[in-house]
Design a protein around this ligand. Structure first.
Ligand SMILES: NC(=O)c1ccc[n+]([C@@H]2O[C@H](COP(=O)([O-])OP(=O)(O)OC[C@H]3O[C@@H](n4cnc5c(N)ncnc54)[C@H](OP(=O)(O)O)[C@@H]3O)[C@@H](O)[C@H]2O)c1
Length: 286
């Protein structure tokens, strides 16, 4: 049987590089970088999709920097929303399955309409309160208007090509250097280890619709820092519990995910142990 071909946008980025590493031994991978196709002008990528006809298109490329999105809403709209529409249309034409990476930031993380924040289900009404979250939500809708995508709402940690992209790297780098850091006690997420996220994406690749692919446990950034210190044998007393001015609970429910997987949904401590094992074994690849 011929190997499936996975085209991965943003293949130099945090998730994209993890995806290349995860999928390389399983499928034929075509990595797409900004140098090859700048998504402010997405037609050239659309043409490559229709010519190459990959089996799957894992669309990770985005302006993922929240501050840049606030400064340049035009850029966020062009890359996160409009390019997604063009790419989705090309994928549909090519018979390619689109997997669109979205975010927990489609929710505000604030109590709303009498409901407490957090534990958001796929059926809950998104209510982004940032330019980034809004642009990604429009990206979801643009993808759905053109094809029948798998939409993955997530939040992840892991090892990135720059060594500085993820909150795991932040805590490990700072604590190893014996520097004091703050950990927010009022910011809660269900962050998932990036390699586990890719395993779940691979398992669900032929599904359609919205899936929340996160860890099963909601914890604060402070609690995450403590877990990092435990897992990597670092000094947890360097972490000070503080309140963020941007208090939020953007945890997602994994009820639907749990029903769709062969195994149970991973927790954040288990993800950290796997991240440590992959680091120690050099089985990391990026
Ligand atoms: N990090 C998280 O915890 C998190 C949480 C929820 C959802 N997400 C979503 O996950 C996806 C990947 O995020 P990430 O953390 O891996 O971000 P990242 O490290 O910033 O990677 C984003 C990628 O997009 C590319 N890109 C940006 N602008 C582009 C443009 N104009 N044309 C072509 N490529 C462009 C970047 O290219 P360069 O390398 O050239 O800059 C980079 O490769 C995004 O869709 C993001 O919304 C991330």
């Amino acid at each position: 049987m011929t190997q499936a071909t996975w085209m991965i946008t943003g293949s130099n980025g945090f998730l994209g590089a993890n995806a290349v590493a995860h999928l390389d031994s399983k499928v034929t991978v075509i990595g797409i970088t900004r140098e090859q196709h700048d998504l402010t002008m997405p037609e050239s990528l659309a043409q490559e999709i229709t010519e190459t006809k990959p089996t799957y298109l894992l669309h990770t490329a985005a302006i993922a920097d929240h501050a840049l999105c606030e400064e340049r809403p035009d850029l966020a709209e062009a890359v996160n929303s409009e390019a997604t529409k063009v790419i989705a249309r090309a994928a549909h034409k090519a018979g390619t399955k689109l997997i669109y990476i979205s975010t927990d930031a489609v929710f505000s993380g604030q109590p709303s309409a009498g409901k407490p924040a957090g534990n958001y289900k796929e059926s809950d009404q998104p209510n982004p309160n940032t330019v980034y979250g809004e642009s990604k939500l429009v990206g979801e809708r643009n993808a759905e208007s053109e094809t029948n995508p798998l939409i993955v709402r997530t939040n992840f940690f892991g090892w990135s090509p720059t060594g500085q992209r993820s909150i795991l790297e932040f805590f490990v780098n700072e604590l190893r250097a014996n520097r004091s850091v703050n950990g927010f006690t009022n910011v809660t997420t269900t962050s998932l280890y990036a390699q586990t996220l890719l395993d779940y994406i691979y398992q669900l690749k032929d599904h359609s619709g919205i899936f929340h692919l996160t860890s099963r446990d909601a914890i604060t950034k402070y609690e995450f820092g403590i877990k990092v210190a435990e897992a990597f044998n670092l000094n947890e007393s360097l972490i000070t519990a503080v309140q963020s001015p941007d208090s939020k609970d953007i945890s997602l429910s994994t009820h639907k995910l749990a029903q769709s997987l062969d195994s149970g949904v991973q927790g954040q401590s288990e993800g950290l142990l796997l991240a440590r094992t992959n680091l120690q074994s050099g089985n990391l690849i990026i």
